[in-house]
Design a protein. Structure first.
Length: 406
């Protein structure tokens, strides 16, 4: 009797947010003897602080391939990722390709698989900012268009997919995979020396903690236009006279600071004491999670940080005109404030006097999303292995729907 090979899930990742999400998937996949999870890194984030540190901190196994395709622009790097992915997919013959999030690597993995007739599963499907000037919005729409399984993290994403006409049997509300990793590693992160290293906590422990804010900037709408970047930087410097702002500087943002004539302001300062905007090197997952969890507030243009601060209970001010994660506003601690300097000043002042937004946990953000995803994937692959017949019924679960039978 010939032993049947394990059903293969090939996961494509490339950036910091991808690594955080895929860690929970790989951890959960180990519980299934009949599944084999493989990992491919496109190389989109190749800096050690944005890649190697996350693999180490999150116990992510070494990928079977690193495609070595760096770069931020969506055109040439994405097509090169597809070109280099195709021989890997042909060699490994996965039963499904799983992609997470909305970065170039997400779209490349989905398109490469679809062109070879391999089913695609998209984790974080259906998120929409309704702003087509955002490269991530193009990536989300394109990835969903070729996906066989659409895993939504919040109710708005499910509604978007239904309104766009995607078959209901392909849509599953599973909760937020990023929160699985956060809940797993938060106790470990809180043992880091990050606050002490930055002079934000004395030898007396947490009771000696100094209030501070955390800043992240990297999106084109915030940093690509020199005039916008200068205006944002001016108000942040004003605010930093009231509360120190810790700014882990993304390599892409450093480049735009120099182009805006602000390069002299990007000298790193990881020492203790003082107010002002303190620029520090990019941080690994555990140090940054610790920094976020103890902050008075976070100022950001990131999507994932809106989610993390919601669960951490930390007020978040989002420097964008829209969000693809509206549950962080309706349930969480997030306030979308745009790029108007006066609004940012007022919101920070409200936080400093104790009137920061207090949220609650969105439904399904309970640290069990990976379990739901793997149960659905396992059943989907088991049914496909039985033949080309289509599943004819859907069984509802509390947070999603799973194939029931053919």
């Amino acid at each position: 009797m010939v032993e049947r090979r394990a059903m293969r899930i090939l996961c494509v990742v490339g950036t910091r947010p991808n690594f955080v999400k895929i860690a929970a998937i790989l951890q959960e996949a180990r519980k299934y003897p009949t599944l084999q999870a493989l990992l491919v890194h496109t190389g989109q984030h190749y800096d050690a602080s944005l890649s190697d540190a996350f693999f180490r901190d999150l116990s992510i196994p070494r990928p079977l391939a690193n495609l070595g395709v760096g770069g931020e622009n969506s055109g040439e790097p994405t097509s090169e990722m597809i070109r280099r992915l195709e021989p890997v997919l042909i060699r490994e013959r996965p039963d499904v390709v799983l992609v997470v999030g909305d970065v170039n690597s997400t779209l490349a993995g989905a398109l490469a698989a679809a062109q070879l007739g391999i089913p695609v599963a998209h984790v974080e499907a259906g998120l929409r900012s309704f702003d087509l000037s955002m490269p991530e919005e193009i990536n989300r729409i394109g990835t969903d268009a070729v996906s066989a399984l659409l895993f939504a993290s919040e109710p708005s994403a499910l509604r978007n997919l239904v309104l766009e006409g995607w078959p209901r049997e392909r849509i599953f509300l599973v909760g937020n995979i990023m929160i699985d990793t956060l809940r797993r590693f938060l106790p470990v992160a809180r043992h880091s020396t990050t606050l002490r290293d930055l002079g934000l906590q004395g030898e007396g422990g947490p009771s000696r903690k100094r209030p501070y804010a955390v800043l992240t900037l990297h999106r084109p709408s915030t940093v690509d236009d020199p005039e916008v970047l200068r205006r944002v930087w001016e108000v942040l410097n004003d605010i930093s006279r009231r509360i120190p702002i810790i700014f882990p500087l993304h390599p892409r943002t450093r480049k735009h600071f120099h182009e805006a004539g602000l390069g002299s302001l990007t000298r790193e300062d990881s020492g203790a004491g003082g107010t002002g905007v303190r620029i520090v090197p990019p941080l690994g997952y555990l140090p940054f999670l610790h920094l976020q969890s103890e902050a008075a507030c976070v100022i950001t243009d990131s999507g994932g940080i809106q989610e993390e601060t919601t669960v951490l209970g930390v007020p978040c001010l989002t420097l964008r005109e829209s969000t693809e994660r509206p549950v962080t506003v309706s349930h969480g601690t997030n306030t979308v404030i745009g790029l108007e300097p006066g609004r940012l000043r007022r919101e920070v002042e409200q936080i400093l006097v104790g009137n920061g937004k207090r949220g609650r946990q969105p439904p399904g953000w309970d640290g069990r999303s990976a379990g739901r995803i793997l149960r659905i994937l396992h059943e989907y692959l088991r049914l496909r292995a039985r033949g080309p017949r289509r599943c004819g019924s859907i069984a509802y679960t509390r947070h999603g729907r799973a194939p029931a039978s053919c």
